[in-house]
Design a protein around this ligand. Structure first.
Ligand SMILES: Nc1ncnc2c1ncn2[C@@H]1O[C@H](C[S@+](CC[C@H]([NH3+])C(=O)[O-])CC(=O)[O-])[C@@H](O)[C@H]1O
Ligand SMILES: O=C(O)C(=O)Cc1ccccc1
Length: 242
């Protein structure tokens, strides 16, 4: 695995974060050292897919990157006539994702699409995963995407939504962010790497509060929802369409 040292040296001007070739090459190392609980979340996406699978259905991985969640879903699907649709708008990610998926054997078909998740058709879905991707959409586009997901789910369908979040109270928010930065330093990132990455993400990733997520899910129509994972300012929620 290639080590992420993108922000190790001082950069004169820190550019906005992009999912380009440089990021795609180090992405497994970057996400594992940056997102608390990432492995647990991926494993649990597999378990939840096994529980909520339905025959003759579609399974979506929105913002699939290298396909970690797609692989977890694919390993756990046993129902008849299932297909996974994995979507990302970064060509660097999609190229590597296709290669990565081909290196494991499976009978479950996967359609990897280079597209914007705001402009795809979502229908006949048993499970939709959006793992750390809604946070990169403009805030004004988030309600509509969650509504499209709700509309595209079958009755009994499951949405798994993982996000970095902000706490609505300043003290708690600062504490959670500090604990996350400690986590990154414990995983070998320097103070400079933490600080330059933070600057790079400032304009491109604007997290919501847990309350905003809960309201958005209810307004879309989800009758049941819970946060099933939280570590510091990272969480994963699930919502069920009745
Ligand atoms: N509008 C968009 N349309 C499609 N893709 C997008 C869009 N905006 C961003 N992306 C894509 O969303 C992904 C977000 S990473 C997901 C990790 C993965 N889910 C994982 O479980 O390993 C999360 C992170 O890096 O924090 C990137 O690959 C972007 O290209
Ligand atoms: O690194 C961070 O500080 C994050 O918030 C997580 C992350 C992980 C990978 C790409 C972008 C953001």
């Amino acid at each position: 695995m290639q080590k992420d040292s993108i922000y190790a040296a001082p950069l004169g001007e820190v550019q906005d974060f992009r999912f380009d070739d440089q990021v795609a090459d180090v992405f497994p190392d970057m996400i594992q050292r940056s997102v608390p609980g990432y492995h647990t979340i991926i494993q649990t996406i597999g378990k939840l897919t096994a529980k909520y699978q339905q025959p003759d259905s579609l399974y979506y991985d929105l913002g699939c990157s290298l396909g970690a969640a797609t692989l977890a879903m694919r390993r756990n699907l046993t129902a008849e006539n299932c297909k996974i649709i994995s979507v990302d708008n970064s060509s660097a990610m999609v190229e590597r994702c296709e290669r990565h998926l081909q290196s494991f054997r499976s009978d479950v078909p996967v359609d990897v699409q280079l597209a914007d998740i705001r402009h795809i058709d979502i229908s006949n879905a048993a499970v939709v995963v959006i793992n750390f991707t809604l946070q990169f959409l403009p805030k004004t586009d988030r309600d509509q995407l969650i509504q499209q997901i709700y509309n595209g789910l079958k009755p009994g369908g499951l949405l798994i939504l993982s996000e970095k979040f902000i706490h609505s109270q300043t003290t708690e928010n600062e504490l959670l962010i500090d604990l996350h930065h400690d986590f990154k330093r414990a995983n070998g990132y320097s103070e400079l790497e933490v600080s330059q990455k933070r600057t790079a993400l400032e304009n491109v990733m604007q997290p919501d509060t847990l309350q905003q997520h809960a309201r958005r899910l209810s307004q879309a129509g989800f009758s049941q929802q819970t946060v099933w994972f939280q570590c510091f300012n990272f969480c994963s929620m699930l919502a069920i369409k009745s």
